[in-house]
Write a protein that binds this ligand. Structure first.
Ligand SMILES: CC(C)(COP(=O)(O)OP(=O)(O)OC[C@H]1O[C@@H](n2cnc3c(N)ncnc32)[C@H](O)[C@@H]1OP(=O)(O)O)[C@@H](O)C(=O)NCCC(=O)NCCS
Length: 211
């Protein structure tokens, strides 16, 4: 296995935009066709763990057709500036362990995006998502020049709430029947992080990360 090739984005072409951001223990990188096997494997082993927190999976969710549909949509959204999706890859074993996406990018007076994420259950509780999110937020507030990132989670998703709080997000509201999750319209707690708050929560300041 050629490690450098796995981490490096494929050569950019007019039809795909590739981006890779490295942290200490993870790389976040634009999804590509070569990620299909690992993506299907990760989604397969996490199916029952993730379904309660996601829109209902289609019948073919774990097939190459579904991966290619998603990839096509993501590449179109990158090209049009509507989203910035990333896969999360662990540096110690090169395993694809999740995803973090900046979706619904709105420009004009808004300059915001919604952040969504999932992590392989076996990699939970070790700070991988915190590191991935820090990279994604750095990109959002840096090169993408966004002013605010929104995120929402169902009230019983304690891990998601802890993550957002750790990153400096503030709880801003409660939306009834906000998103259709696992087939049901579910209430969500709404969180937000502006660039002004982000600057005060950069690594080493208020982030509550164990030594
Ligand atoms: C939400 C989700 C991404 C959170 O994952 P997570 O593992 O709790 O988050 P992190 O990877 O950042 O790990 C943080 C935990 O690791 C601990 N940790 C250990 N080493 C760490 C380090 N070096 N840096 C940061 N945290 C570290 C933290 O203390 C924290 O544990 P705690 O919550 O028990 O205090 C994950 O639970 C998930 O994918 N859930 C299912 C899908 C989902 O809910 N998606 C979001 C829908 S809104």
């Amino acid at each position: 296995m050629n490690i450098a090739n796995l981490l490096r984005p494929a050569a950019p072409s007019a039809r795909s935009i590739s981006l890779s951001l490295s942290g200490e223990r993870v790389v976040i990188r634009t999804p590509e066709r070569r990620d299909m096997d690992q993506w299907i494997a990760a989604r397969t082993r996490n199916r029952s763990y993730l379904q309660p927190y996601e829109p209902k999976w289609p019948d073919d969710a774990l097939t190459s057709a579904a991966f290619n549909r998603r990839l096509g949509r993501q590449q179109r959204d990158i090209r049009t500036g509507h989203a910035c999706p990333f896969l999360i890859i662990r540096l110690d074993n090169l395993q694809l362990i999740g995803a973090i996406n900046l979706n619904n990018i709105v420009r004009g007076a808004a300059q915001y995006a919604s952040m969504g994420y999932w992590l392989d259950e076996q990699s939970q509780g070790q700070g991988y998502m915190t590191e991935a999110a820090m990279l994604a937020l750095g990109h959002a507030f840096g090169p993408l020049k966004l002013h605010r990132i929104n995120a929402g989670c169902v009230p019983h998703n304690g891990r998601s709430k802890s993550l957002l709080t750790r990153l400096g997000f503030e709880e801003e509201g409660y939306a009834k029947r906000y998103l259709q999750i696992n087939g049901e319209w579910q209430d969500h707690i709404l969180f937000g992080l502006s660039i002004e708050t982000w600057k005060t929560t950069l690594p080493g300041s208020t982030l509550n990360i164990p030594a």
